[in-house]
Design a protein around this ligand. Sequence first.
Ligand code: NDP
Length: 432
Amino acid sequence: QKRDPDETEYLQYVSVVTRSLTPLLMKDLKYVEALERLIEPERVFTFRVAWVDDNDIKHINRGYRVQFSSSIGPYKGGIRFDPKMNLSIMKSLAFEQTMKNSLTALPMGGAMGGADFDPKGKSDNEVKNFCHAFMSELYKIVGPNCDIPGPDINVGTREIGYMYGMYRKLTSQTNGALTGKRYNWGGSRVRTEATGYGLVYFLEYMLHDNNIPLDGRRITISGSGPVAQFAVEKLIERGAIPLTMSDSDGFIYARNGITLDLLKKIMYLKNVERGRLEELSQIVEYHGNKQRPWVVPCEIALPCAYHNEIQRKDALNLIQNGCIAVAEGSNISSAPEALKLFKQYNLLYAPGKAANAGGVAISGLEMSQNSIKLKMDPQDIKMGLKGIIYNIFEACRTAAQQFGDNDFDYSSGANIAAFLKLANCLFDEGII
Ligand code: NDP
């Protein structure tokens, strides 16, 4: 706090995590020491990204890479392009990623990076120019044994392709130093689907643990990127009723449930045409003016868009409308005031670091496939994903039971399980 008093988001994030670690910190002061170490990122980079648009106008953006912890393995985490990006948000996301990667039980440390670049309204050529310029700095600090970036908001296969192309050109290496690559050039099957599918698996385990079936449940979803798309696909397969999807302009509301046919149209619009949901207003109810789907009555909510997207008033809406469970597809989806309400009203709550870990888990498998230069069978990857999510769920449940102070919740369980592993690494290494 003394060192970075202006980093509001980061301080807020650290205080939420610290609160849920309290039973552990009270038990043994050595954990306080480990936490003090951990909350200071190992390395933080900012760099200039200079690029030229289609009208030959020069632009400068700021690039970031927060290499948070390499205790468990090489730094690993997404790249996000977002004009609202700042170091405080980056550090929060990097800490969250470190905890998430610890939960996967795969050998991955944690990182996060990106730039304050807004890809909206940019031509394909401009996005390419930007990605090339971004990688012409980033390549100095990443690599398969050091730091392996992957996709996040506004960074998908197209952007990963442009960045990987520049990485290869600059390093003459074909070692797969980025994940989220297309299958033909080093990617893994099931990577694009993994976060959304994994989210629904985690939700199912949590509901099952509380004797609640998923079948027939009315579910609101935010976002319309790959995480939301594949969560909706899996929900339909499981007999649940996904009601909404959104983008930053508004949301669609299919009162009888989003069908596979409608989902296909949404995927085409978003993945191929790069269009806006409003363009579907002829075929499905649309609510514009930046409204969010949390006003729609539902039993379960799956935020899959943006950090802090569920604010206090959204949480109140959800609770008043009968919501019983929230599972986070996006990272740090719920603001601290929303979390307090979830707890006060006994909602089942699956935190993103556990529920959306499917994507990075398959990225871990992509790294292994690149290392041994072999492709895994898609069925094995799907089974692997389910197994990893189950193990994460069990780790959260067990830690919550062990340390929960009669106050059982999966979120504290996730924080304690993730932190214990990181702290024990620090002790084994002599807290360096
Ligand atoms: P995309 O960038 O493809 O999609 C993000 C979605 O969120 C879009 O629909 C976007 O709308 C919407 N959105 C962005 N900013 C805002 C905002 N300020 N208010 C409302 N809506 C907004 O990302 P992904 O689907 O890949 O990721 C979604 C979330 O899941 C992110 O938070 C990401 O960190 C998290 N996540 C992703 C993983 C992955 O494997 N991709 C892994 C784990 C977590 P618009 O098009 O208008 O910008």
